[in-house]
Design a protein around this ligand. Structure first.
Ligand SMILES: [Fe+2]
Length: 148
């Protein structure tokens, strides 16, 4: 995917999806990563992502994570996220094919564990910023309760 040109069919669909669909839920104006990451976590293999907060890597406190698996995700083949800021009580988030997870990956620690299932996960990591102030209700619900 990293070798795809920006004018490829994939990026045309991706840009249309972000501009014309996702943005509608966030006041119609977002800025988003131009190249989302695709992740593959093979069945029976080790963790592919240690616990982390994206803001420590991206230095972008304004971003919202949209996690889009294209396989059913459950148990150890899924993404693990702490239940609240700083708790480190990681639990897998069940997300079925066709569903997406919006979460505050900038400040909620998350990662993966060894995939002990017999199901490989394929997912996309999308990140975007909402360019409306005050934040629309959905954005407020996702990133509006950060501590201090
Ligand atoms: Fe992350």
């Amino acid at each position: 995917m990293q070798s795809l040109h920006d004018d490829s069919r994939f990026y045309k669909i991706y840009n249309e999806f972000m501009r014309n669909y996702v943005s509608r839920f966030f006041g119609g104006k977002i800025s988003y990563s131009q190249h989302p990451k695709m992740r593959v976590h093979l069945a029976g293999t080790s963790s592919v992502s240690l616990w982390h907060r994206d803001v420590d890597i991206t230095h972008r406190p304004d971003q919202i994570n949209m996690w889009v698996p294209v396989t059913d995700c459950f148990s150890s083949n899924s993404l693990f996220v702490e239940s609240d800021y700083g708790r480190s009580d990681y639990r897998p988030i069940d997300v079925r094919y066709g569903e997406v997870l919006f979460f505050d990956g900038g400040y909620l620690s998350h990662g993966t564990v060894d995939n002990a299932t017999n199901k490989t996960r394929v997912s996309f990591d999308l990140r975007f910023s909402v360019l409306r102030s005050p934040l629309p209700a959905l954005a407020q619900a996702i990133i509006g309760n950060r501590p201090g």
